[in-house]
Ligand binder design. Structure first.
Ligand code: 0WD
Length: 254
């Protein structure tokens, strides 16, 4: 089956082969998508290029989402090379390690702003500059976590940023629906990635999920990848403004 054949899809947020964005890319590539990867900085460029080399016809471009100039340049490059864009996968977040432990009440003003800029506003900025390229309709998706809805230990300012991200999904969906562009989020269960390393006591979070989730196991990146594939495909054409849980059912019991 080729669920996304002929679609040009931008994948933002691959840092290494454990990244959720990488699993999403593999699901999309196996169903015929043409992929464009972005990397944040030279720090990760080589790793992203090496991974992208394993996917035929893929393209790699720079984009640090804190820079409007970078996003504008990306839009220009995509327009030149592809003309039309069909999908955007936003799998990016950041908060300072010191804000991801201890008490939320101690969050600094600039730590709060930085977490929101990279983890929430970046979705708006990217959608704003790229939706004009989605002239045949499109699908935009981002990654969120249960900490958006519940006060979870150590997740702190990232939970607030994810709440802003989820609300942004709804407002963007309402704005862009008239252009047949859908905007959704996947709320994934905890997965051991580079970003997760920043969260204190991550092992005990995984253990709780194994014990309590209805499926009695933790989430795998490939499960998120396949749900992202569904969101990028025609199969999900009636769904927008939604948060879909890929967490083994943990959120119904946890
Ligand atoms: O348990 C988990 N791992 C979960 C992750 C559960 C539920 C949701 N998520 C979310 C994360 O919050 C994030 O939004 O999934 C998304 C992807 O996270 P990931 O795959 O777990 O982590 P990682 O492989 O580190 O990818 C996130 C990447 C960055 O990695 P590093 O570790 O180098 O900071 O986001 C990118 C970067 O590649 N990123 C940026 N990209 C462009 N511009 C920027 C930036 N300014 N900052 C970070």
């Amino acid at each position: 089956m080729n669920l996304v054949a002929g679609k040009n899809i931008l994948v933002m947020g691959v840092a290494n082969d454990r990244s959720i964005a990488w699993a999403i890319a593999q699901s999309l590539a196996s169903h015929g998508a043409r992929l464009v990867f972005t990397y944040e900085s030279e720090r990760v460029e080589e790793r992203v290029r090496k991974l992208a080399d394993t996917i035929p016809n893929s393209v790699v471009l720079p984009c640090n989402v804190t820079s409007d100039e970078d996003i504008e340049k990306l839009a220009g490059a995509l327009k030149e090379q592809f003309g039309v864009l069909h999908g955007i996968v936003h799998s990016i977040a950041f908060a300072r390690t010191e804000e991801l432990e201890g008490l939320f009440v101690n969050t600094s003003r600039d730590g709060f702003a930085l977490a929101h800029d990279i983890s929430a506003y970046s979705l708006v900025a990217v959608a704003q500059k790229l939706y004009p390229l989605m002239s045949e309709g499109g699908s935009i998706m981002t990654m969120t976590y249960l900490g958006a809805e519940r006060a979870m230990k150590n997740y702190n300012v990232m939970g607030i940023a994810k709440a802003a991200l989820e609300a942004s999904v709804r407002y963007l969906a309402n704005d862009l629906g008239q252009y047949n562009i859908r905007v959704n989020a996947i709320s994934a269960g905890p997965i051991r990635t580079l970003a997760a390393k920043g969260i204190k006591d991550f092992n005990s979070i995984l253990k709780t999920v194994e014990e309590k989730a209805p499926l009695r196991r933790t989430t795998e990146t490939a499960e998120v990848g396949d749900t992202a594939l569904f969101l990028m495909s025609h199969l999900s054409r009636g769904i927008t403004g939604e948060v879909i849980y890929v967490d083994g059912g943990y959120h119904i019991v946890g």
